[in-house]
Structure formats: structure tokens, C-alpha cells
Design a protein around this ligand. Structure first.
Ligand code: 4AD
Length: 455
């Protein structure tokens, strides 16, 4: 009853509060400020109410005392309610801890939006032990959690860092279409769509389009969604993922390998140097060690030997032989045991894509590379490309592809061919490695995989 009588009013004689974001509270010690955000945590203790406020830029502790703590309005607060709060930023006394080592001593606040209490309360929607599929149904709420929001911030920094590296390397950004009528990585994973009565697909890779840009723009890259109707339900496969792809002309296979190393090492370096993302990576993955160039190189045939020596069987449970695919489980066992990034090269023609160039010293294998990282395995796949019209057409026919639809791609060879090569990096896979996530699903805003297309 006493609480009912206490209403909260602003003392107009106080200094005017400057509206700031949580990330800059530590620059405002001693000043009166206004913060707006979501109640991340809430507890009361000895007549005080402690709120941890979140605004997307960080977390800060707020203390309500006296009338603010005792007012009826305060007793209605719930986790995830939004408030505007006014007060002075103070350094925390010795022995106390809160984000940034500061707290906001509130003198006034207003409720912007109350979140439900009781059975509809936020904590009931996404409890820690909630079934993963329920958490995925509640992805829009789960994203507010510390881990997922941290991964998304690292993701933003990673995309910024990779663009910065491409600018430094003189590679030009382009935006190829997502709706296409050609395949790149095999017909079995194509998503088909009805395009005004014609058959079209969601792109599996922008590689072919990048190749066509070389004569116009020189080295090019794109950051574009790729789509795969993957039948495999694994922790590293999505149906839609953000594909970072580049294509470089007048290079050798060796140039391609060292360029890939540069892109990966510099991108990671810039993420770690980022004032927001660097500390988040440290928190999510305390033992992370930035990779150094040159990476360990290993030819496919040497990998087979390594696997056989270590008693790791192929998919049929037998010893590996030339021509076998190194499937996910074996690849991961090998990478985890070796424990460092590996450039796995020279895969056989028959297990790789139609466009890959054969090695001059051994036509059974291609100038191809997979980058393998401990804990996730393959994060990048690339190769040098066939340069001649005839061999490209033969490659397409081998795949059962009608070359007519590919006239524009073949013209890249017809009108001034060049030695060239490129690669694709899976954004969610690099993130899973960087942020130590068990699955790439944690690294996509709203993951799409077999059976899931919402929210
Ligand atoms: O090895 P992939 O299939 O290669 C290509 O698409 C080439 N055309 C790229 C190029 O040369 N421009 O895919 C490249 C990378 C993989 O190493 C992996 O990181 C990622 O894309 N990737 C996937 N990520 C998540 N879910 C999936 N279903 C993925 N499939 C490939």
C-alpha cells in the first residue's frame, strides 16, 4: 500500500541529462546521462533494485534506491521491459564488479514497454535448458542472449574485416544475382524455382559470374547468399549461407594458395584488433590462436596415407584408396589431430567440380584446395579453372550439363582467356571456428537447414 503511493517524478533542478549509448558510459563518469534499453537482468536486495540494462552496444548496471526502488512502478518491472533511465555514472567501489567497472545511480526512469510476467515471461520462453528446436522457434528472442548476440557482433566485424582485406589487396566488390539458370556444384543440391514459367534456381555459388567479371574489372569478390538443398543434416551444413567468394586472374596455383592464406590471416587479425569483436572472441574462445602463414600444406594422396596410418577408415569402413572422398568425419579427425590449419591440395578429377584445372605433372589430379581448420574442418574450397573452351565444354558434358545455357560463361574463355582461379569461404564456418561454436547454426542470424525455414 505504501508503494502504491510512491510515484516517480523527475527533479527538474538536476543538470540536463545527455542521451548516450551504453558503450560510452565509461566516458561519462560523474555526468548525468539518459540511457535507453532492455532490462537484461533484474534483482532486488536490501531495499535496492539492480538492473542490468542492454542496448545492443553493451551492458551496464543501474541501481535504484529510495523511492525509485520502492515505487509501485518498479515492482511491475520484468526482464526484457524497455526503460529510459536518468542518473549519474559512478565508478564502482573497490571489491564490487559490474560491466565496465561503473554503474548508473538512477534518479528517475520511465517505462517504455512492459514485457509480460508469469507464464509468458521472457525467461520461460528461452530457458537455458530449452530444447534446441524450441530455441530455434524462438530465435528472435534467443538472439537477445549474450552468446548469440556476441557471435552476431563478431560476424559483423568479420564481414567488415574481409572487405577491408579485399580493398587492401585491390580486389573489386560485385553483387551477382541470386536467381540463376546454371549450376556450379552439382544438380543434387539445387533449389528450383518457377521463374515466370521457366525453371530457375537459387544460386549455389557466384563463381561463374565472378569469372565473367575478370576481363571487365580484374580481380573481383562478392559476399552473397548461396543456397544448397543439402540432404545431409550435419552441424556444418546450412541450406542458405553467406558465401565470401573471390576470383583472381593471371595467377598461378601457388599465388592462389598464398592469397587465401593472406585473406584468412589478415581477416582474423582485424577481427581480433576490433575493439568490440576482439574481446568477444577472447570470451567465446579463450584459447583461440590466430593462424600464421604459411599454413601446413598437404596433398590429397598424403592425406590418404596419413588417414590409413592412423587407422581412420573411409565411408565404407575400409582403408582409403585413390579416388575416395574424404568425408566430414574423417576430415575432422585428421584436422583435429594435426591441430593446425591445413591447405589440402590436388584432389582427384572425379571427386571435384567440372571447372577445375588439371595439374601439369599429374592429369589425374586438379589444382584444387580445401582449407581445413581444427574443430570445423573445411572452411574454404577453391581451385584454378580450366582455361580452354573445348576442355570446359567437355567438363560440362561429363556432368551431363547442356552447355547452351552456359554460353556466357564459355565466352569468358572464348574472348581472351587467362589463367585464373578462385575460392569460396563459408562465413558461418569461419565463425564457428573463431567463436568455438559446435554448429554453424549458431553463426547464422536465422539459420535455414533441412526442415527449417522460420522464423
Ligand atoms: O566447396 P564449395 O562447394 O565451393 C564452391 O561453391 C566454389 N564454387 C567456390 C568458388 O570457388 N568460388 O563451397 C565453398 C565453401 C565451403 O568451403 C564451405 O565453407 C561453404 O562454402 N559451404 C557451406 N557452408 C554452410 N553450409 C553449406 N551447405 C555449405 N556448402 C559449402
Amino acid at each position: 500500500l505504501e508503494a502504491m503511493k510512491i510515484s516517480i517524478v523527475e527533479d527538474k533542478t538536476l543538470p540536463k541529462a545527455e542521451k548516450i549509448k551504453v558503450k560510452s558510459v565509461t566516458d561519462s563518469i560523474g555526468k548525468r546521462v539518459k540511457l535507453q534499453g532492455w532490462i537484461h537482468r533484474l534483482r532486488s536486495q536490501k531495499g535496492l533494485v539492480f538492473v542490468v540494462l542492454r542496448d545492443g552496444t553493451g551492458f551496464v548496471q543501474i541501481v535504484f534506491s529510495g523511492d525509485l526502488a520502492n515505487a509501485y512502478q518498479t515492482s511491475t518491472l520484468t526482464v526484457e521491459s524497455t526503460i529510459s533511465v536518468y542518473g549519474v555514472v559512478e565508478k564502482l567501489p573497490e571489491g564490487k564488479s559490474a560491466p565496465g567497472g561503473v554503474e548508473l545511480v538512477a534518479d528517475f526512469y520511465e517505462i517504455v514497454g512492459l514485457a509480460p510476467s508469469g507464464k509468458d515471461s521472457f525467461t520461460n520462453q528461452i530457458a537455458e535448458d530449452t530444447d534446441p528446436s524450441i530455441l530455434l522457434d524462438q530465435r528472435h528472442l534467443a538472439l537477445r542472449g549474450e552468446v548469440l548476440s556476441s557471435v552476431m557482433k563478431v560476424r559483423a566485424a568479420l564481414l567488415g574485416a574481409v572487405r577491408r582485406v579485399y580493398i587492401e589487396e585491390g580486389v573489386c566488390e560485385v553483387t551477382p544475382p541470386c536467381m540463376v539458370q546454371t549450376q556450379v556444384e552439382g544438380g543434387s543440391t539445387l533449389f528450383k524455382l518457377d521463374y515466370y514459367g521457366q525453371e530457375a534456381y537459387l544460386t549455389q555459388s557466384s563463381q561463374l559470374y565472378l569469372e565473367t567479371c575478370l576481363p571487365a574489372l580484374g580481380d573481383v569478390y562478392c559476399i552473397q547468399e548461396s543456397f544448397r538443398a543439402e540432404k545431409s543434416h550435419t552441424r556444418r551444413h546450412l541450406s542458405e549461407y553467406t558465401h565470401i567468394e573471390a576470383e583472381l586472374c593471371f595467377i598461378t596455383f601457388e599465388d592462389l594458395l598464398s592469397h587465401i592464406e593472406t585473406v584468412i590471416t589478415k581477416t582474423v587479425q582485424y577481427v581480433l584488433e576490433d575493439p568490440v569483436a576482439g574481446p568477444l572472441v577472447k570470451k567465446l574462445n579463450p584459447d583461440f590462436e590466430a593462424p600464421k602463414s604459411p599454413f601446413k600444406r598437404m596433398a590429397y594422396v598424403d592425406a590418404l596415407e596419413w588417414l590409413n596410418e592412423h587407422g581412420i577408415p573411409n565411408e565404407d569402413g575400409e582403408a582409403f584408396k585413390f579416388g575416395d572422398d574424404i568425408a566430414e568425419a574423417a576430415e575432422r579427425k585428421m584436422t583435429d589431430t594435426i591441430g593446425v590449419p591445413i591447405l589440402l591440395t590436388r584432389f582427384p578429377v572425379e571427386i571435384k567440380s567440372f571447372y577445375m584445372k588439371k595439374c601439369a605433372d599429374d592429369p589425374r589430379v586438379t589444382e584444387s584446395v580445401d582449407v581445413l581448420m581444427p574443430t570445423v574442418g573445411e572452411i574454404t574450397g577453391g581451385s584454378m579453372r580450366l582455361e580452354g573452351v573445348d576442355e570446359l565444354v567437355a567438363g560440362l558434358r561429363r556432368e551431363g550439363i547442356d552447355e547452351k545455357e552456359y554460353y556466357w560463361f564459355i565466352d569468358q574463355r572464348k574472348y581472351g582467356t587467362s589463367p585464373h582461379g578462385g575460392y569460396g569461404l563459408g562465413t558461418e564456418r569461419i565463425l564457428a571456428w573463431l567463436c568455438q561454436r559446435f554448429t554453424v547454426r549458431d553463426c547464422s542470424l536465422y539459420p535455414r537447414f533441412t526442415g527449417r525455414c522460420k522464423p
